[in-house]
Write a protein that binds this ligand. Structure first.
Ligand code: NAD
Ligand code: UGA
Length: 465
């Protein structure tokens, strides 16, 4: 028996909720999709008449929003109303690492998830399918079920897990053609019917063989495991980068050589200044916490090493800058190219740039940053959040430049922190002429043409060579 969805609500208009729902709305013109958020400012930006002002930068996203917005895609702060009207409710709120209490620094903070469940329980008058879109610890659905099934008002719920695998910078591409869509639910007939209702939504554009259905716990856990495996590849190649620097091997050559083994595969083997982003660290810490909570200490230690290696990679990049600049960067201008955690996004959460800047500011460097998509306000917020020094000190020591040539003028060194394509196209001769000599470039992304820069006179250093 089919259950046809006509109205979807998504709680959370962030990096996942916004793009995911925009694509569902574009692909399913007959389904009304309403994305709600408590953040009034964020919703106002999603509704900005100029679609280029939507709050999240993703290639191709503004076109998708332009097509669907006002037709069957709506952004609103009326959370209760959207919950009441929808047959299917996605929960796509943030699940950051806890900063207090039990599990501080490791566990996922589920207070926003629980608030959503309680709000649904309070507001719903008709049966609902509730979909976990946020990344959650395995067995969270149990808690959500417990809240929803104990209202005593006769409303029936089915809980599904449908984790999101999109990567920032390629969100629209990933949503259009996902490697797989994962849907977990109960084995009961009602559970299977709910799964089918969500399968039917994705089946409008995703081939059937790419839609995978499992039980709830496999689905919840698979999301954490996928991120852990991806991050582990980056930490593994980064660990080898340090060995390459000592031995004369070149990490790009090693990555290519091992990646051609079809069992290893070529993707996600790019050595860097360290992975960032809102999820890798948070999700691995969460996995570590879950393993510990079951007494699986070897499992916990194994995965924690991925984070420790990443911290080491960020720290040794900063340390190498100081050592190379004759052991002092005090009052020297260091130009950063890039602040975002990867190219083609304005997201800076957990970006390696933040930690490298923090280390250099400890050494009293003057850091001037150029990033094509990140504002100075955001950079200073990121630094202030670490609370290493006073807000006024951060403002004094770090500035953003509105153009890359101004950022590099008079600098002792340039550090490349993000792999934005435009950095490769700059007039490097012009940059060289205006820098302090010797002019150093520390390429944290193996992005630039080292031979060309060396020929121009730069002292060029990269990771893993
Ligand atoms: P985000 O912080 O960008 O967005 C979350 C939004 O939820 C915020 O705008 C916040 O105001 C809103 N919110 C919180 N509580 C609310 C409530 N009770 N009612 C209404 N709105 C509320 O987060 P994000 O990056 O979109 O991530 C969301 C989830 O998706 C996380 O669990 C994350 O791990 C997961 N995820 C993220 C990515 C990614 O690339 N960012 C990819 C896959 C999965
Ligand atoms: C990652 C996963 O790729 C997504 O599948 C997942 O949905 C998402 O996390 C999430 O759960 O939030 P994202 O963090 O957006 O996506 O971006 P990635 O492309 O995975 O990059 C993460 C970090 O690793 C970046 O800082 C990137 O520069 C770094 N990285 C990636 C490397 O240093 N080397 C690589 O080879 C690949």
């Amino acid at each position: 028996i089919g259950m046809k969805i006509t109205k979807i609500c998504c709680i959370g208009a962030g990096y996942v909720g916004g793009p995911t729902m925009a694509v569902i709305a574009q692909k399913c013109p007959d389904i009304q999709v309403t994305v709600v958020d408590l953040n009034v400012d964020r919703i106002a930006k999603w509704n900005d008449p100029n679609v280029e002002n939507i709050p999240i930068y993703e290639p191709g996203l503004s076109a998708v929003v332009a097509e669907a917005r006002g037709r069957n895609l709506f952004f609103s702060t009326e959370v209760d109303q959207a919950i009441e009207e929808a047959e299917m409710i996605f929960i796509s709120v943030n699940t950051p690492t806890k900063t207090y209490g039990t599990g501080k620094g490791l566990a996922a903070d589920l207070k926003y998830i629980e608030l959503c469940a309680r709000q649904i329980a309070r507001v719903a008058k008709t049966d609902k399918i509730v979909v976990e879109k946020s990344t959650l610890p395995v067995r969270t659905a149990e808690a959500i079920k417990s809240i929803l099934h104990n209202t005593g008002n006769g409303v029936k719920y089915q809980i599904l897990s449908n984790p999101e695998f999109l990567a920032e910078g390629t969100a629209v591409e990933d949503l259009f053609a996902p490697d797989r869509v994962l849907i977990g639910g109960d084995a009961t007939p009602e559970g299977q019917q709910a799964i089918q209702a969500l399968v039917d939504v994705y089946a409008r554009w995703v081939p059937n063989e790419r839609i995978l259905t499992t039980n709830l716990w496999s689905s919840e856990l698979s999301k954490l495991v996928a991120n852990a495996f991806l991050a582990q590849r980056v930490s593994s190649i980064n660990s080898i980068s340090e060995l390459c620097e000592k031995t004369g091997a070149n990490v790009a050559e090693v990555a290519k050589a091992i990646g051609m083994d079809s069992r290893i595969g070529p993707k996600f083997l790019k050595s860097s200044v360290g992975f960032g982003g809102s999820c890798f660290q948070k999700d691995i810490l969460n996995l570590v916490y879950i393993a510990k909570s079951y007494g699986l200490h070897e499992v916990a230690d194994y995965w924690e090493q991925v984070i420790l290696m990443n911290d080491h990679q960020k720290r040794r990049f900063a340390k190498n800058i100081v050592t190379t600049l004759y052991n002092t960067v005090a009052d020297k201008k260091i130009a950063f190219l890039g602040w975002a955690f990867k190219k083609d996004t304005n997201d800076t959460r957990e970006s390696a740039a933040i930690y490298v800047a923090d280390d250099l500011l400890n050494e009293h460097a003057n850091v001037v940053v150029y990033d094509p998509k990140v504002s100075e306000k955001q950079m200073l917020n990121d630094l202030d959040y670490l609370a290493t020094r006073s807000v006024s000190e951060n403002h004094r020591l770090l500035q953003a430049a509105s153009d890359p040539y101004a950022a590099c003028e008079g600098a002792h060194a340039i550090a490349v922190l993000t792999e934005w394509d435009e950095f490769k196209t700059y007039d490097w001769q012009r940059i060289y002429e205006k820098m302090n000599k010797p002019a150093f470039v520390f390429d944290g992304r193996n992005l630039l043409d080292g031979e060309q820069l060396t020929a121009l006179g730069f002292m060029y250093q990269t990771i893993g060579a």
